[in-house]
Design a protein. Structure first.
Length: 117
């Protein structure tokens, strides 16, 4: 594995542990729907769909937690658009569904180490 990818993955795990990124003007949390926890079937799918270009109801239908305080497609789209640098998990300076999105989803499903990447 290349060193920049390792650094990016360690950085990603650190951000997940802290749940914020201090580099953003407003703190970023991977709890995208703001229900109090980062979940694979909610926040992971929201990020993956966003990175695939989904918007409106196709972004949020069936994946926003019932107790979410950020629940509309417009709120979630604005939140993710405002924090695009924070979702560059592998730090390759681009946001990709098949890279950043899948890494995030796999991490939330419990994959670690070699099985994560």
């Amino acid at each position: 594995m290349k060193r920049p990818v390792l650094i990016g993955l360690y950085g990603f795990m650190w951000v997940l542990l802290l749940q914020v990124s201090w580099s953003e003007e407003v703190a970023f949390s991977f709890d995208i729907d703001s229900d109090g926890e980062a979940g694979a079937l909610t926040d992971g799918l929201l990020l993956l769909r966003h990175l695939f270009g989904f918007s409106g109801s196709s972004l949020t239908d069936g994946v926003v937690a019932t107790n979410a305080s950020r629940s509309s497609a417009a709120e979630i789209e604005a939140y993710l658009a405002g924090h695009s640098s924070s979702v560059d998990i592998d730090r390759d300076e681009s946001n990709g569904a098949l890279t950043d999105g899948l890494l995030f989803l796999r991490y939330l499903f419990g994959f670690r180490g070699d099985t994560l990447v």
